[in-house]
Design a protein around this ligand. Structure first.
Ligand code: PAY
Ligand code: ZN
Length: 311
């Protein structure tokens, strides 16, 4: 493709194309979307987030969404791009999206683990971690979703760099998690909702993964999550389960979702998109559209509830 009008949202794109897409979408909608530098990856690629915001005098609450913290979960970056284009194409004519955008700012990081994502295109489709070097270059990659500063490496994570869930050499040891942590921390008074998109499993996960204890607003998180799962199912009949990570998946420490909740962000969710294991990480491109359509319903449902609570 050359112009944004022919960019396909129903295909997976290599990183260079996603970089170009970010430039083109900000050029197409000047004044509502801007591109911002967040930090550098381990292999010195720039990380950018898109800020979607309608100009207004007052200081708005923020929704954070990141995709692609795990390299092989390609449907997640595809959804972040879908989400951005849906908001931008529809905020003028769709009253529901218009209302959200008048009252909230969206910060979207389309690919968090860029080095890993590139590696899945060039070398190993099933790579999960980042690409940082350990043990004198004998093993590679940290699980960025075990590297946040919350109960770091206490449970459901490994200190062995050969493992898939290697937690890194210390809390926030990786440049990618540093970039996200320090930015989110700096905006935490304004961020009311933190969404981190993964695949697969068809789950909406609430805090916590590191304990079976419940966060102070657990009931509300479950209620909002269950309503989102119902909205999702209405679109194409896909079933999602809702619950805390430790309850319905497995225990994990150092996840971004738990960290975000524990620094005081009230609504914090991990989405595990399609499918249920038939294709797993290798979700065919023919399912991108339906997956994004139904996920959009779930996310909008969450955002409506967040808006109702904070407007
Ligand atoms: O507590 O947030 C959590 C766990 C979320 C994911 C994780 O980081 O392990 C769950 C897995 C993921 O998306 O990375 C699930 C997939 C299927 C996997 O690789 O096991
Ligand atoms: Zn994941």
């Amino acid at each position: 493709w050359r112009s944004l009008d022919t960019y396909s949202y129903t295909k997976y794109h290599p990183m260079e194309e996603i970089y170009q897409w970010m430039v083109q979408i900000t050029e197409k909608y000047p004044g509502v979307v801007t591109q911002h530098f967040l930090g550098m990856t381990y292999e010195t690629r720039p990380m950018y987030y898109l800020k979607i915001s309608q100009p207004s005098a007052n200081h708005k609450k923020i929704i954070w969404m990141d995709c692609g913290i795990h390299a092989r979960e390609w449907i997640a970056p595809a959804f972040c791009q879908w989400f951005v284009k849906e908001i931008l194409q529809n905020y003028k004519d769709n009253p529901r999206i218009g209302r959200l955008l008048r009252n909230l700012d969206f910060y979207v990081l389309p690919v968090l683990n860029i080095d890993g994502y590139v590696y899945t295109w060039t070398t190993d489709r099933l790579w999960r971690k980042s690409r940082s070097s350990h043990n004198n270059g004998t093993c590679f990659g940290t699980d960025l979703n075990r590297n946040f500063n919350v109960a770091w490496c206490s449970i459901g994570a490994s200190k062995d760099c050969h493992e898939l869930t290697f937690c890194g050499t210390g809390p926030v040891s990786e440049p990618e998690t540093k970039a996200v942590s320090s930015f989110v921390e700096s905006q935490k008074e304004s961020i009311v909702c933190f969404l981190t998109m993964h695949s697969y499993g068809q789950l909406i996960l609430t805090p916590y993964g590191y304990t079976k204890n419940k966060s102070s607003n657990h009931e509300e998180l479950i209620q909002v999550g269950q309503k989102a799962a119902n909205a999702l199912k209405k679109k194409h009949g896909t079933n999602y389960r809702v619950g805390s990570s430790a309850d319905i998946l497995y225990t994990t420490s150092g996840s971004s979702r738990d960290w975000a909740r524990d620094i005081g962000i009230p609504f914090s969710y991990t989405f595990e998109l399609r499918d249920n294991g038939t294709y797993g990480f290798i979700l065919p491109a023919s399912q991108i559209q339906a997956t994004c359509e139904e996920t959009m319903e779930a996310v909008l449902s969450v955002l409506d509830d967040v808006y109702e609570k904070y407007w």
